[in-house]
Design a protein around this ligand. Structure first.
Ligand SMILES: Cc1ncc(COP(=O)(O)O)c(C=O)c1O
Length: 356
């Protein structure tokens, strides 16, 4: 079996032990004689799995009873639409930390007025601004916890007088934080928690009560709450992969353990950058560096291209940066092993030795 060092920005690797377990579940899920893609979403075995998944989330996020949890198809982009059409009555504030927050703002603009509460555009989104301009009659402040493209991540979250909605797609359950400080968190699961095709949201009941009802039923979060995420056929396989990833994190020791592991991985790459004497230049300000996506440049685009090619020859896949930043981007999501990060750090040191 061939396995490479996969640093893709998402979809991204899953732990080998989880993949091995999935092989069996594809033919016989929990003794039903049916594979996970073959069971009915109205069956007790699916309901048990759904309940278990919610219980894992509730426990690991230490959510108080005030939150509902829902699972939806459509990935992240669908949530840009749903957050806007459910909660935008008059105006919505967006922290402009890059492409994903901006896309959410543009989508929500169909339903009301939207504005940037701040922006980091002046330095190509290399930092997280820490002031917020919230105008009167603002329905919520929307932020993106980890900016996948630029490699910046909030360490502390804004304290504002309006409901706080957060896209955690690229750092969900990668570290211990107080999840109860948000009114809504949503995340596409394909980076840290499973297979592409689904997102989940945790939403405060108080915010749900304020949701619009003059929109199609299927776009209302309340529809998913009232029907326990099975109004129509849910993404059964995706929810199953989420369930297995949560089980894997839980067995490892929960968020404390995964955070320790993620810190080690990011430390290996950032230390290599910082000790390279300027050969590798980090994009993000040190204080706002992401533990999930490490972004950096080399002296010229030619050298960067050469790095990507040589990396590929050595089985390091997915290291090319997004075109808006250029350079390199190393994604270190939950399932990436410390061994993979160490191997890449060693490769970076050797590349610098031969090309520096
Ligand atoms: C932080 C963040 N939000 C949203 C999205 C969009 O997700 P999707 O491709 O599932 O629509 C991405 C995609 O990479 C992302 O990184």
């Amino acid at each position: 079996m061939k396995r490479v060092f996969n640093f893709n920005a998402g979809p991204s690797p899953m732990p080998i032990e989880v993949l091995e377990e999935m092989k069996n579940d594809l033919t016989d899920f929990r003794g039903t004689g049916m594979g996970i893609t073959e069971i009915s979403h109205r069956s007790p075995v699916f309901q048990d799995m759904l309940d278990e998944t919610k219980a894992y989330l509730r426990q690991m996020m230490k959510l108080d009873d005030d939150y509902e949890i829902v699972f939806m198809q459509g990935g992240g982009t669908m949530q840009f639409l749903m957050t806007g059409c459910n909660f935008l009555h008059t105006r919505g504030a967006y922290a402009d930390t890059g492409v994903w927050a901006h896309k959410a703002r543009n989508t929500a603009a169909f339903f009301g007025e939207t504005y940037d509460a701040n922006t980091a555009k002046d330095r190509n989104y290399a930092y997280i601004p820490d002031t917020y301009d919230i105008r009167p009659d603002t329905n919520y402040l929307y932020i993106c916890a980890n900016n996948t493209i630029y490699g910046t991540e909030y360490k502390d979250f804004p304290k504002v007088d309006v409901p706080l909605i957060c896209d955690m797609s690229s750092d969900i359950l990668s570290r211990e934080i107080d999840f109860n400080q948000f009114d809504m968190i949503w995340a596409g699961i394909q980076k840290n928690l499973g297979a592409a095709g689904a997102a989940f949201a945790v939403i405060r009941k108080g915010l749900l009560e304020k949701a619009r009802t003059d929109i199609p039923e299927y776009l209302q979060y309340q529809t998913f709450v009232k029907n326990d995420s099975t109004y129509n056929t849910p993404p059964v396989f995706c929810i199953y992969t989420l369930n297995r990833m949560l089980h894997w994190i839980w067995n490892m020791g929960g968020l404390k353990a995964i955070e320790e592991r993620n810190k080690v991985k990011a430390g290996l790459i950032y230390d290599t950058i910082d000790q390279s004497g300027g050969f590798y230049k980090g994009h993000a300000d040190v204080k706002d560096r992401s533990m999930m996506n490490v972004t950096f440049n080399l002296a010229t685009p030619e050298l960067e291209k050469d790095f990507v090619e040589k990396a590929k020859k050595n089985d390091f896949i997915g290291v090319k940066g997004h075109r808006l930043v250029g350079g390199l981007r190393i994604s270190l999501y939950n399932a990436v092993t410390p061994e993979a990060a160490k191997a890449l750090a060693d490769f970076m040191k050797e590349y610098k030795r031969t090309n520096g």
